[in-house]
Design a protein around this ligand. Structure first.
Ligand SMILES: Cc1cc2nc3c(=O)[nH]c(=O)nc-3n(C[C@H](O)[C@H](O)[C@H](O)COP(=O)(O)O)c2cc1C
Length: 395
C-alpha cells in the first residue's frame, strides 16, 4: 500500500456520517476546530438550499489523536446529521415503521435514482438517493482537512476559486499564474459568496442564481482547484495507475455532478500549435527545488509524464447544473410505469462554490497520498527527514 487510504460511510438523513483515514504519520498537530473551519467553508455559497440552514456541521475525532497530536493510528471522524431528528422513523436502522414515510418511486433525471434501483434491486428510491446525495461530501471535506494539515507542515497549500456560474464567467488563463497569484485568487474568492475572485462577476453570478431560483431551475459552472509548494517527483510515469494526472483527475471527477476535469489548460492547448504551449525551460537559481531549472509558463498544470515537476498543480473542472429542480422534469414511476413528474426533494439551486471546496479536499487527499508514497515515514520527523534528503539530493 502506498500513502493514505480513506473511506466514508453514512446516509444523507441517517444518524451520522463517518470517515476513516489511515496513513497519517504520528506527531501531527490536529484539532477539531481546524476541521470544522473547512466544514463551514463547504456550507457557504449563495445558491444553497434549506438543508444548509439546518446542518451546521461539526466533527468529532473518535480516534487517532491524543493530546492534540496524531499517534499514527487511523484517524476516525464522526459528523452528526442534525436533520436526523426529523427522520428517526423514516430512516431507522431497526424494524420497519409502516406508514412513517412514503416510498420514492419517481426517479429524478440526472441522479443515481433509476440506475441505482435497477442495480441494487430496490423498490424505494430512497435506498439509493440517501447515499448518492452530496451530503457525503461533508465527510470528504473533513478527511481532506486532515490531509491539508499534513501538507501544510511541508509548505503545500491547496485552494480553489469559481470561474463560471450559469454562463457568467471570469476567464483566467492559469498557465501564467505563479504560486502567489493563485493563492491570492483563492484568498479573494474566500470573501465572495459565490467564491469568485472578481467582485463584479460575483454580483453577476448572484443575479443569475436569483433568477434561476425564481424560475425554479438550477445552474452549474466551472472552477479551478490547485496546490502550491508541491515538490517535484510525486506520482510516476511507469504505470497507468501511478500517473498523478490520472489520480487527481479521478479524485476531482468523483465529486458529485463534476462532469469534466482538465489538467492545466487541457482543453485550450488542444487547439494551439505545440511550440506555443509547452513550458520551455530556462536556467534558474540552484537553490530552488527545481534543480536549477526555471519555467516561465505552466500549461502542463504542474504534471508532466504523470509526475509533479515542481510547478503548481492546477486543474479546471466543470459541474453540471443541479439535477433536482422545482420546475418539474419528466419521469416514469418505477412501480406503475406511468409517465409522471420527477420527485422534488429540497435542493440547492447552485452548488459550484461548495463543489470547489470538496474538490480541494479531494486534491489534498490525493497529493498527500502521493507525498507519503514518495517520502513515507511513521512520524512527521521521519517524513521531514526523507523530504529534506530528497530536496538536498536534487540540488
Ligand atoms: C456540494 C454539492 C451539493 C449538491 N447539492 C445537490 C442538491 O441539493 N440537489 C441535487 O439534486 N443535486 C445536488 N448535487 C449534485 C448531485 O449530488 C449529483 O448530480 C447526483 O448525485 C448524480 O451524480 P452525477 O451528477 O455525478 O452523475 C450536489 C453536488 C455537490 C458536489
Amino acid at each position: 500500500m502506498g500513502g493514505l487510504r480513506f473511506l466514508t460511510g453514512g446516509e444523507s438523513h441517517g444518524r451520522a456520517l463517518v470517515g476513516i483515514v489511515e496513513g497519517i504519520p504520528a506527531n501531527l498537530l490536529l484539532d477539531e476546530e481546524y476541521i470544522n473551519g473547512h466544514l463551514q467553508r463547504r456550507q457557504r455559497g449563495y445558491g444553497r438550499g434549506g438543508r444548509m440552514r439546518i446542518e451546521s456541521d461539526r466533527v468529532v475525532i473518535m480516534g487517532g489523536v491524543r493530546w492534540g497530536r496524531t499517534i499514527g493510528s487511523p484517524i476516525a471522524l464522526y459528523i452528526e446529521n442534525r436533520d436526523w431528528q426529523n427522520w428517526k422513523r423514516g430512516m431507522s436502522v431497526e424494524g420497519r415503521d409502516e406508514g412513517s414515510i412514503e416510498a420514492v418511486t419517481r426517479p429524478r433525471p440526472g441522479h443515481a435514482d433509476l440506475a441505482g434501483v435497477i442495480k441494487y434491486n430496490q423498490r424505494d428510491i430512497r435506498n439509493i438517493l440517501e447515499r448518492s446525495s452530496a451530503r457525503e461530501t461533508a465527510m470528504r471535506v473533513a478527511l481532506g482537512a486532515v490531509a491539508r494539515r499534513l501538507l501544510q507542515e511541508f509548505g503545500i497549500k491547496v485552494g480553489s476559486f469559481v470561474t463560471a456560474i450559469g454562463g457568467v464567467s471570469f476567464e483566467v488563463s492559469t498557465e501564467l499564474l505563479n504560486e502567489e497569484e493563485l493563492e491570492s485568487l483563492h484568498t479573494e474568492a474566500e470573501s465572495s459568496e459565490v467564491r469568485c475572485p472578481d467582485p463584479k462577476t460575483s454580483e453577476d453570478m448572484k443575479r443569475v442564481i436569483d433568477r434561476a431560483r425564481k424560475e425554479g431551475h438550477s445552474l452549474g459552472g466551472r472552477f479551478v482547484v490547485f496546490a502550491t509548494g508541491v515538490p517535484p517527483g510525486l506520482g510516476s510515469h511507469i504505470q497507468w495507475d501511478k500517473r498523478l494526472d490520472g489520480r487527481v483527475a479521478q479524485a476531482v471527477m468523483s465529486v458529485q455532478a463534476v462532469k469534466a476535469v482538465s489538467i492545466g489548460e487541457g482543453y485550450e492547448i488542444a487547439d494551439r500549435p505545440g511550440h506555443e504551449v509547452m513550458d520551455e525551460m530556462f536556467a534558474g537559481p540552484r537553490e530552488s527545488s527545481l534543480a536549477g531549472i526555471k519555467r516561465k509558463s505552466n500549461f502542463a498544470g504542474g504534471i508532466e509524464g504523470g509526475i509533479t515537476n515542481g510547478m503548481p498543480v492546477v486543474l479546471k473542472a466543470a459541474m453540471k447544473p443541479i439535477p433536482t429542480q422545482r420546475r418539474p422534469l419528466r419521469s416514469v414511476d418505477i412501480i406503475t410505469g406511468e409517465e409522471v413528474e420527477a420527485v422534488y426533494e429540497r435542493s440547492d439551486v447552485c452548488a459550484v462554490e461548495a463543489a470547489s471546496v470538496v474538490a480541494e479536499a479531494m486534491l489534498a487527499l490525493t497529493i498527500a497520498d502521493a507525498f507519503l508514497e514518495k517520502f513515507g515515514g511513521d512520524s512527521i520527523e521521519e517524513t521531514r527527514r526523507n523530504l529534506e534528503g530528497f530536496l538536498r539530493e536534487i540540488k
